[in-house]
Write a protein that binds this ligand. Structure first.
Ligand code: FDP
Length: 341
């Protein structure tokens, strides 16, 4: 990064981007600032997660005799509280709750809807592995005072802002409002997200694949053949690929975005209740698809862009293949050749 960019925080960065678009109202700046604020609070608690034995296990009473809240519930409350009272949203939905969440009584309703996964990868909390928050914002579709489900059920193609926060060895926020994908690292000493990864571009082709390979016997023929292909020896095409799977989507996608390659969660027959794989369209796949495409990558269901899927259920799941353009194209070819739709 050049010297003159040092010390640029998230607010200043968004403000600069906004100046390039005189028609902008500044509302997206407000939204991202509120998300960053909530993320700092969650980050502080995530950093203390290893101290549960000392401070009290979740569900227990801590040394002060207070209930220790589960981290995913805590993150959900923090985001809903801050965003719900921000005046920017008309309706919200989180991965944690079955129904849409209205703006609390007495607070202004705004022009946007937000879908959020407050703490993704939460099964990794106990083992000190990176976890994250994922969000996507749409402009509201309906009139009337409060928003409704329809304001959330929009294809990813209509996203106005999306991003994630990874709580890792450092905390990073990565966002896009459609003008490139930009990363900021939290400097805990000043409490600010500082621009650290401006204009992220994913390589056109990678050499890494990321998938829960224990599900191999449950995949379709096309996916199995594609994974077999990645493991063949072929120097020219960089095969065999390296395997990397953390099992925390934000961390796996963050690595894929920065280094290239492909992340996959295909449909499988392991659980008949989840025939389309595990990942949720609104809270996980759609925001990451938006980021991938704006970073020069791709995201597909195997049959077409994830961004074109019209949601029909708040908690709908879709097969997900995302990363470098060439790699995503190749897996699509395998699926379309060997698997009937
Ligand atoms: P988790 O269950 O720990 O919350 O969708 C949630 C998720 O994690 C993703 O973050 C992760 O990529 C995926 O599930 C891991 O699923 P598998 O254990 O089936 O590989």
């Amino acid at each position: 990064m050049s010297d003159h960019r040092i010390g640029i925080n998230l607010t200043r960065h968004i403000h600069e981007k906004q100046m390039q678009h005189p028609e902008a109202t500044g509302e997206l700046t407000g939204i991202l600032n509120q998300i960053a604020f909530a993320a700092k609070i969650v980050s502080r608690e995530v950093n203390k997660a290893g101290l549960v034995e000392i401070l009290g296990l979740t569900g227990d009473k801590n040394v002060q005799g207070e209930e220790v809240q589960k981290l995913d519930e805590f993150a959900n409350e923090v985001f809903l509280n801050i965003l719900g009272k921000s005046g920017h949203f008309c309706i919200m939905a989180t991965e944690e709750e079955a129904e849409v969440i209205p703006v609390p009584e007495g607070y202004k309703r705004g022009n946007y809807s937000i879908a959020i996964d407050p703490l993704d990868g939460s099964s990794n909390i106990d083992v000190n592995i990176s976890i994250g928050t994922i969000f996507s914002v749409h402009r509201r579709m309906t009139d009337g005072e409060g928003g409704c489900e329809q304001d959330l059920m929009q294809p990813g193609r209509r996203t106005v802002a999306a991003g994630y926060v990874v709580y890792g060895s450092s905390t990073m926020l990565v966002e896009s409002t459609g003008n490139g994908v930009h990363g900021f690292t939290l400097d805990p000493s000043v409490g600010e997200f500082l621009e650290s990864h401006p204009d992220i571009r994913i390589p056109e082709k990678g050499q890494t694949y990321s998938i829960n390979e224990g599900n191999y016997p449950y995949w379709t023929t096309g996916v199995r053949k594609y994974i077999d292909f990645l493991k063949e020896k072929d120097k020219e095409s960089g095969r065999p690929y390296s395997a990397r799977y953390i099992g925390s989507m934000v961390a796996d996608m963050h690595r894929t975005l920065l280094k290239g390659g492909i992340f996959m969660y295909p449909a499988d027959t392991k659980d008949p209740k989840k025939p389309k794989g595990k990942l949720r369209l609104l809270y996980e796949c759609s925001p990451f698809a938006f980021l991938m495409e704006h970073a020069g990558g791709a995201a597909s269901t195997g049959w077409g862009p994830v961004l074109d899927v019209q949601p029909n259920d708040l908690h709908q799941r879709v097969p997900f293949f995302a990363g470098s353009v060439c790699d995503v194209k190749q897996v699509e070819e395998y699926i379309q050749k060997y698997d009937g739709e």
